[in-house]
Structure formats: structure tokens, C-alpha cells
Design a protein around this ligand. Structure first.
Ligand code: NAD
Ligand code: TDX
Length: 332
């Protein structure tokens, strides 16, 4: 039986991973989460209390982090500020949580020689040309273009340096855009679904030709577990499920699945510095670790996600109001 510390375990993906561990393993989990605006402790409701406990605290606070790392067999690090539009407005919390937070965790990992898996993003590699078939690989150069992705790149480089200089036992994953239940309504897919549910038109940044490589949160979680259990220490694994779609195509699919005309959306001013295209080559994960996604149809995953938001208005209503106030200030 493993004792696993999951930082950011009350967020969209951290909680998905905790639910995955509960269903698929006999691990005992401690969640460390600061419960920022993005957290959703409801996503942990109903899990067995003898196997999941929540510690409310900051991953950048050594006094909080050290005893939790000392008591764990492994740490999976999700905690981060995660939204690009917020980072453009106010980058400071991204430096504190993503960079200083990862540094603080690494120092505790080093003291206690605990296994670490660091959860990161494909955005550290910058973007790819819109036209073309090139994809990110584990040896793609780091070329972050936004304040958020720069802090995630910094956190990855810290992990790599702690592996090389101090021999910490860490792996890194860089995953593409994830979707599914409990994703904060500030993100593309839940924002547009809840817009339609509220009688508002979806809002596409710029031309909407920008491409993201979508993966269901459940598949992101199963990949992280495969890497934690069978990944080679010191290695980077890219996680993706061949789900490239333009933002326009995603919004049109949402509209169609929700019984609206496919063109019933608006173009709004573009995000400054907006990355054009992300695409993942997950060969290492598939061949070395034998991982494969379970959600192979994006349209089915989207339909299921739409049903979830339709059935959980009480969960998203207040967050939606706050997110839309932020967007109104940004003109998006
Ligand atoms: P999220 O914003 O939904 O959740 C982040 C969680 O971290 C929240 O519960 C928040 O309270 C917590 N947190 C933030 N700062 C903290 C701090 N200083 N101390 C403790 N807890 C803190 O984000 P998410 O979408 O679940 O992303 C989780 C991780 O996965 C992030 O590291 C992100 O970079 C990475 N990632 C996300 C995606 C995606 O598409 N969502 C894709 C690839 C990688
Ligand atoms: O209203 C919108 N309209 C729109 O066109 C919103 C919210 C977004 N967009 C565009 C911007 C992006 O091209 O949709 C795309 C996806 O946007 P986000 O959901 O904000 O995600 P992105 O910026 O691509 O980053 C996501 O994937 C990588 C996560 O938020 C990150 O945490 C993760 O690292």
C-alpha cells in the first residue's frame, strides 16, 4: 500500500487523479491544496475518508510541505496557477505557486529522498506552425511564450536540475489540453458549454484557427499513474491522445451537440501572444509503458462533458459569474 501526496489534488486534474487512484489502486492519499478560486473540493466528495485526507496549505511553504513529504512514499505535483488569461493580467501568483512552490517541494523531496512525479504542460515547448504535421517530442526545445508557460518551463527545469545535481528520483510529464467534469468554467470547453446553457453565445479568440490537442482528464490520470509506477527516473514523458482540433471546430461541435446552429458564436479580441498550435507525439508513453487512452472519440467525451455541466449547474454557477466578470474586464 502506497502513501501518495497529491499537491493541487482539489483542482480539476489533481482530483481526477485522486479519484483514479481510489478506483484502481489501494493507495492512501493526502491532498495538499491551497483551495484557491480554482479549487473544487466537491470533486473529492464521497471518496473513502480512511483513504483520502485534505490538508489546506501552500506548496510554497516549507513548514507545511516538509512533514507531508516525509510521510509519503511518493509525491505527484499538480499544484499550480493554471490559466493563461489570468497570468497575462497578474503573473505574480504564477511565480509564487509554480516556481517557488516547485522549488520548495524539490527541497523537501531532496531531504527525504521521496519519489516525485511532476505534472507539466506541452506549452513549455512554445507553439508549432498552424500548417504542418510536426509534433512535440521529449527532445523538443523549451520555448515558452506566455507568462504561465514560462513559469511551468521554469518548474520543469528545476526538476531536471535536481535530478542531475542531487539525484532526486523524479519523472516529468508534459500533457496537452485536458477536458472533462469539474474543469473550471474559465477554460475554453466549460466556458462555451456554460455560455450556451446560460443563453449566451460562445466566444472565440481571434480567428479561432488555433489548434489544441485534446485529451480526456481520465486518460491524463491513467498516463500519470503509468509513469509514476513504471516510468524511468529522470525521464520526460509526453501525454497526448491524438486529439488535434481547431478552437472553431471545438466550439462548432459543442453548438451542434447542444442543438444550436454551428455558426452561433462570436469572435472576440485575440489573447495577446496566443500560441498557434500544440500537438503531442506520445510514442514513448505508448511503446515504453504500454499506455493507451480509453476515450478515443472526442465527440463522445464532449457529449458526456456537456451532460455533466447540464446536471451540475449548482457547482459552476458562482464561479461562472466571477470568471465572466474577469473576462469582461479583459474584453474577451
Ligand atoms: P486547476 O487550476 O484546476 O487546479 C490547480 C489546483 O492547485 C487548485 O486546486 C489550486 O487550489 C491548487 N493550488 C494552486 N496554487 C497552489 C499553492 N500555492 N499551493 C497549493 N495548492 C495550490 O488546474 P488543473 O487544470 O487541474 O492543472 C493541474 C496541473 O496540471 C497544473 O500543474 C497544470 O500546469 C497541469 N496541466 C494542466 C493541463 C490542462 O489542460 N488543464 C494540461 C497539462 C498540464
Ligand atoms: O473563451 C475562450 N475562447 C477561446 O477561443 C477561451 C477561454 C479560450 N479560447 C482559446 C484559447 C486557446 O487557444 O481556446 C484555447 C484553449 O484555451 P484555454 O482553455 O484557456 O487553454 P490553454 O490556454 O490552451 O491552456 C490549457 O492547456 C494547457 C490549460 O489551461 C493549461 O493549464 C494547460 O497547461
Amino acid at each position: 500500500m502506497q502513501r501518495i501526496l497529491v499537491t493541487g489534488g482539489a483542482g480539476f486534474l489533481g482530483a481526477s487523479f485522486v479519484r483514479h487512484l481510489m478506483a484502481e489502486t489501494d493507495a492512501v492519499v493526502t491532498v495538499l491544496d491551497a483551495l484557491t478560486y480554482a479549487a473544487s473540493p466537491e470533486a473529492l466528495a464521497g471518496l473513502p475518508p480512511e483513504r483520502v485526507s485534505l490538508v489546506v496549505g501552500d506548496v510554497a511553504d516549507p513548514a507545511t510541505v516538509d512533514p507531508l513529504v516525509a510521510a509519503a512514499d511518493a509525491v505527484v505535483h499538480y499544484a499550480a496557477e493554471s490559466h493563461n488569461d489570468n497570468a497575462l493580467d497578474d503573473p505574480r501568483p504564477f511565480l509564487d505557486s509554480n516556481v517557488v512552490g516547485t522549488f520548495t517541494l524539490l527541497e523537501a523531496i531532496r531531504r527525504h529522498d521521496t519519489r516525485l512525479h511532476h505534472v507539466s504542460t506541452d506549452e513549455v515547448y512554445g507553439d508549432l506552425p498552424l500548417e504542418g504535421t510536426e509534433r512535440f517530442t521529449p527532445s523538443s526545445p523549451y520555448r515558452p511564450s506566455s507568462p504561465y508557460s514560462a513559469t511551468k518551463a521554469a518548474s520543469d527545469l528545476l526538476v531536471r536540475a535536481w535530478v542531475r545535481s542531487y539525484g532526486v528520483r523524479a519523472t516529468i510529464s508534459n500533457c496537452s489540453n485536458s477536458y472533462g467534469p469539474y474543469q473550471h468554467v474559465e477554460k475554453l470547453i466549460p466556458r462555451q458549454i456554460t455560455n450556451v446553457l446560460c443563453g449566451e453565445r460562445p466566444r472565440v479568440y481571434g480567428s479561432g484557427a488555433h489548434v489544441r490537442d485534446w485529451i480526456h482528464a481520465d486518460d491524463h490520470s491513467s498516463a500519470v499513474r503509468a509513469i509514476l509506477e513504471r516510468g524511468r527516473v529522470g525521464e520526460t514523458y509526453l501525454i497526448g491522445a491524438d486529439g488535434e482540433r481547431s478552437n472553431r471546430a471545438v466550439v462548432e461541435a459543442i453548438l451542434e451537440l447542444m442543438g444550436q446552429p454551428r455558426d452561433a458564436y462570436d469572435h472576440v479580441p485575440d489573447r495577446p501572444g496566443h500560441d498557434l498550435r500544440y500537438a503531442i507525439d506520445a510514442t514513448r508513453l505508448r511503446t515504453e509503458l504500454g499506455w493507451a487512452p480509453r476515450h478515443t472519440s472526442f465527440e463522445d467525451g464532449l457529449a458526456e462533458t456537456i451532460r455533466w455541466y447540464r446536471d451540475h449547474e449548482g457547482w459552476w454557477r458562482d464561479a461562472k459569474l466571477a470568471a465572466e466578470e474577469r473576462y469582461a474586464r479583459q474584453g474577451r
